[in-house]
Design a protein around this ligand. Sequence first.
Ligand code: FAD
Length: 404
Amino acid sequence: MTEKRVLIIGGGVAGLTTALELTRFGIESDIVEKSPFAGGHGIQFACKATDRCVKCGACVVEEKLRDVCAHPGIRLLAATEVMSIEKKSRFSVTLRRSPVSIDPAACNDCGACFTACPEGAVQQGFSAAHNPFYGAMEDRCSRSSGGSSCTICRDACPQQAISFSPEPAVEETAADAVIAAYGFTPFAPIDKPYGYGMFDDVVTNLELERMLRRKGLPLRPSNNALPEKIAFIQCVGSRDAKRGHLWCSKICCGSALRLAGLIRHRHPQIEATVFYIDIQTFGKDFDTVYPKYQEDLRFVRAIPADVLAADDGGLKVVYAADGTHESREEEFDLVSLSVGITPCTGAEKTLSALGIDQPENGFSGASRDPGVFLAGAATGPMSIAESVADAGRAAIEAAAYLAQ
Ligand SMILES: Cc1cc2nc3c(=O)[nH]c(=O)nc-3n(C[C@H](O)[C@H](O)[C@H](O)COP(=O)(O)OP(=O)(O)OC[C@H]3O[C@@H](n4cnc5c(N)ncnc54)[C@H](O)[C@@H]3O)c2cc1C
């Protein structure tokens, strides 16, 4: 390994890939991940294989995470954020680490902290490759927010793996280059007219992904029963001129079709209907699975106007029929909203310290600093495969810069 060190902001598939690619050039890195779990959005996805692999990319994220955790040249700092960053001869970086920490060497994943926490602040991760498997969410922990002196999780831990610092721990570090891979923020459908937040059985595609990853079943949150009819509503928050979101998020059609295909494969009695504008099926190999979805799923070319409560506790999807524009209502017992990719929020201060431009659409443009590189969905909607490729490009550019 050389003495050059890179700071990677964001531990999603793009950040993980950049770190791994940099090790090929003998360059070590620190990955700073704000959540207690690395892997970004992709680690929350279920494998969508039916009788064959449908190339959803979920396993790629799992593999990258496992490789990063095992690599001695990569330091993965979860529950950590950049407080300040300044370019001198190198980048001087101040990191803020969570006041609640679980020692990965001591933790044996018994889950006692998870069971004991009355606030739901201790959460399970999504991958056994992540060590520790449990993590404390600062925004839910009254101790972290300074509101209490609760020690329940620490007292419950038989391994004495949990420790508290009086206030968030601060660490000074330095880097020769920075890779910004902070990803995206899923569109929050709270102000769309689809009853999200009002009806338990209206969920986002990300919530459905997590449910399938954790439980393997698409359960109705209202009663934990399998649904009989699921509606997938596409383009929620994308291609939406009212919100200034003119872009196609690219991944939602593939994601919804694979999710629906998996559900139908496991539970053929469940009917799945996809409401869409047009199906974006680009991406390597998607055409090999699309014909099967066309046979297996029902497609309705319409973007629904509303989701209302039905008399029997179900949900009524209201839409205009394609061609006639005649108003229709149809009942479903689970509705999945395909929320799109929007620019990452919460990193504005870091972006400006790194000289990163923000074009009008809000995604990140290039940096004015030659030592700062961008990777993955921080720059715009992209799939896991594209994020991996983009991260490879960023790593090569950073290595070339460091070799100068
Ligand atoms: C519902 C849904 C389904 C999808 N399904 C598929 C699919 O089936 N197949 C596919 O190929 N793609 C899919 N995608 C797209 C996929 O999620 C992205 O391609 C991928 O997550 C991009 O990786 P990334 O590392 O760039 O960003 P992210 O996955 O968003 O990771 C970014 C990471 O950076 C962290 N971070 C953010 N800000 C900071 C900060 N200031 N400091 C430190 N850390 C920070 C975040 O916590 C996160 O862990 C889907 C997307 C959505 C929304």
